[in-house]
Design a protein around this ligand. Structure first.
Ligand code: ZN
Length: 227
């Protein structure tokens, strides 16, 4: 059984750089107003040049076959992959479906794998996102939830901000105030350097509307913790 796709007048998407065009809030990624004046190809060229310089300063021989392509590879990876979520043009488009079944219970999608980067060290943060919402009459394709998580992950991040950005985007797209997000993550900057703790995990949560209710919250968390 397939639901009929409908297009909706959702709130306008931010046209510039922020996630919230009513001015910057604590949940916004700090970006300059001119962040996307330069196109991707120019960014890749410049980053390549500078990364080559970093490697050179470290004493690496860039004439070596294995190292020679690294600056360009890293530059492309930054712009086109791991930090592609900085650019609003890569923001997933929301397609909503009518909630024809009048499903009025919580919908949970758990164990969404995400890969991000710590903005303090530029090393990976990775883990699982668990997302839940109550429909306000519209539902979203499940893969879209994954895309939203990936989009905000592909930025230099702090886990707290990533959690809030996912929660607020879901509220906006789903036109609901009832959203729950839990992130369970490993920080390579904690595991592979500094204190060198390979076992610790960091949990963060965003609860809005009905999810502030203890019983609803517990239902969500119980489901996350079930096998
Ligand atoms: Zn870090």
């Amino acid at each position: 059984m397939r639901q009929k796709e409908i297009s909706l007048n959702i709130q306008p998407e931010p046209d510039e750089f922020g996630d919230d065009h009513h001015g910057s809030s604590a949940a916004d990624t700090p970006l300059r107003p001119d962040a996307f004046e330069m196109d991707d190809e120019v960014k890749i060229e410049k980053i390549e040049k500078h990364f080559r310089e970093i490697m050179h300063i470290l004493g690496l021989d860039l004439n070596d076959d294995s190292l020679n392509g690294t600056p360009r590879r890293v530059a492309k990876m930054f712009v086109k992959e791991v930090f592609s979520g900085l650019n609003p043009k890569n923001r997933p488009h929301a397609r909503l479906f009518e909630n024809k079944y009048n499903y009025d219970q919580m919908l949970v999608e758990k164990d969404i794998t995400f890969y991000s980067h710590c903005e303090h060290h530029f090393v990976p943060i990775y883990g699982k996102a668990h997302v839940a919402y109550f429909s306000s009459g519209k539902v979203i394709g499940l893969s879209k939830i994954n895309r939203i998580v990936q989009y905000f992950s592909k930025r230099p991040q702090v886990q707290e901000r990533l959690t809030v950005q996912i929660g607020k985007e879901l509220e906006r797209i789903l036109q609901t105030e009832d959203v729950g997000v839990v992130l369970d993550a490993n920080h390579m900057c904690v595991a592979s350097r500094g204190v060198g703790d390979t076992n610790s995990k960091t949990g963060t949560a965003y609860f809005s509307g009905k999810f502030k209710d203890e019983n609803i919250k517990r239902e969500f968390l119980n489901y996350i913790n079930s096998k």
